[in-house]
Design a protein around this ligand. Sequence first.
Ligand SMILES: C[S@@+](CC[C@H](N)C(=O)[O-])C[C@H]1O[C@@H](n2cnc3c(N)ncnc32)[C@H](O)[C@@H]1O
Length: 220
Amino acid sequence: MFDSIAPRYDLFNDVLSVGIHRLWRADAIDSLAPVPGHRYLDLCAGTLDLARAIATHAPGAIAVGADFSLPMLERGARKLNHREAVFSVAADALALPVADRVFAGCTIGFGLRNLVDYTAGLSEMRRVLEPGGRLVVLEFTTPPGKLFRTLYHSYFHHLLPRAGALISGDPDAARYLPDSVADFPDCEALSDMLTNVGFSRVRYRLLSGGIAALHTGVRE
Ligand SMILES: C[S@@+](CC[C@H](N)C(=O)[O-])C[C@H]1O[C@@H](n2cnc3c(N)ncnc32)[C@H](O)[C@@H]1O
């Protein structure tokens, strides 16, 4: 699915989030707090926005973006300039071709929801993090406030799939987004998953009234 929507993926994000995804990504990078001289992994990296943001935030850091869709990575590679220390790797998030404990931090933006096994994915992230390394999960969630949730539901489940189908040319892909968010664990359940695979200091905060959430945890 991502192979086929790769050419329109960035437009899809900008239009359907009215650009707000850029603010959420900035929050994710602030939570990661990357520093020069260290290696960072962005998993399910897609068109490399988060990997690029890591490299821009901490010049001298190395950012590796891993994704199993080559067309998404190729689209992202076109946005790189030669000064950005961003490397892309075609890889399955559930079986990373990476040694244990090599990254100082790991981000995954709107990616965890797509994995067939969330726990296996989180365990892989923990495996490749150094002790003390930080995980940052940026993902959609369902707003807690009743009024806002009702309004947002109309947009997310009715308007967005129609507008998304027009932009992406793929009605199934546009429908997949709200369906996969509805199936995804809520913030408390996701926090428990992070704790259960071995992350400590697990926290989360809601973004934009609970449309999205940022979870963080530390590998001891
Ligand atoms: C919604 S996009 C998110 C892209 C990017 N992180 C962003 O913030 O825009 C989800 C990405 O996850 C990738 N993906 C899904 N399952 C994967 C897996 N098992 N291994 C690697 N990448 C995967 C897809 O190819 C797609 O590029």
